[in-house]
Design a protein around this ligand. Structure first.
Ligand SMILES: [Fe+2]
Length: 316
């Protein structure tokens, strides 16, 4: 990550940013029994039996090391920093974020694991407010989503689909109020000539993921993008690379791109730990150039390398 440039980037200059997701970086073994007397107990059992073997902090540390050399101006993170959303985990995740990059160089949204239950905001995900809030927000209260962080030519629009759900469900929901504000924000940022990047944890593609893990208002998001457009949608949640398209107002294809977990121990190409580097370049005609680079973990060398075999952009 660059530490000295983003605030100085003008709207007409290129911006290079990274995207990672689903780090699941925290260890919930310290959980007190009282903290598990709710839906968290099921997720805790799942973590003990299976999920803890699917994520490795060593892999995540290798990703962060690689990211330091990537020359990125900004970083988008699409949720699930934690496993159970416990206050202790959220504090650990805050420490990780603070070591990762200055808050003004990160645009973060929460994931369903970060909001498993209706825990107090200020003790849990609210600790990350400085990484999530809009540029214009000056207080430390609950973040009003969608958030807006403008860096050079890019408008990072953060959405929160993370809502507590009944046991065995991991669905997401934006809700009518957030959707109404999203419509206004997409329109105002379009008028400003910005490249609009939506960041959301759940994939906003109807039927794209398991029924019990779907975004409940994916149809509404689809309608908003058809009406107001967007240039790129980034998500997590599926723990695998995915590439879809939504239709914009002029029939253009809006890329919707999901990534594998940043700490994944899987070796299959779809699920191996990876992150993306995106470069947005304004053009004189008012449109933008967009270039994608995927970097994936190589267990043989214990580090990350460029993966030319996956590019989710049409025509590339
Ligand atoms: Fe996840």
């Amino acid at each position: 990550m660059r530490n000295d440039r983003t605030s100085a980037i003008e709207i007409g200059e290129p911006l290079r940013f990274a995207h990672l997701t689903d780090a699941h970086l925290t260890d919930p073994r310290v959980a007190a029994v009282s903290e598990l007397c709710n839906k968290r107990i099921l997720s805790y059992v799942s973590w003990r039996r299976r999920r803890r073997f699917l994520h490795d902090p060593v892999v995540l540390a290798a990703l962060v090391e690689d990211l330091k050399t990537a020359d990125a101006d900004h970083l988008a993170i699409s949720g699930d920093l934690t496993n159970l959303g416990l206050p202790r985990e959220c504090r650990d995740a805050l420490d990780w974020l603070l070591n990762l990059a200055p808050a003004e160089r990160v645009s973060l949204v929460p994931g369903n694991h970060d909001r498993l239950v209706a825990a107090p905001w200020e003790d849990t995900v609210g600790l990350w407010a400085r990484f999530m809030a809009s540029d214009a927000d000056t207080n430390d209260g609950p973040v009003c989503f969608p958030s807006l962080r403008v860096r050079g030519p890019v408008a990072f629009i953060g959405l929160s689909s993370a809502v507590p759900t009944p046991p065995l469900l991991a669905t997401g929901r934006l809700g009518d109020d957030q959707l109404a504000r999203l419509a206004d924000l997409l329109e105002s940022t379009r008028r400003r000539g910005l490249f609009r990047v939506m960041i959301i944890h759940h994939p906003p593609i109807p039927g794209a993921y398991k029924w019990r893990k779907r975004l409940l208002d994916a149809d509404a998001v689809q309608t908003l993008i058809r009406r107001h457009g967007a240039e790129l949608v980034l998500h997590g949640h599926t723990h695998r690379i995915t590439s879809h398209r939504l239709q914009g107002p002029d029939g253009e294809a809006v890329p919707v791109v999901g990534l594998a977990s940043a700490s994944s121990t899987e070796e299959a190409a779809a699920q191996v730990s990876r992150y993306s580097l995106w470069t947005v370049t304004p053009r004189p005609d008012g449109y933008f150039g967009l270039v994608h680079e995927s970097r994936r973990y190589d267990p043989e060398v214990g580090g990350f390398r460029r993966d030319p075999d996956w590019n989710p952009l049409p025509g590339d």
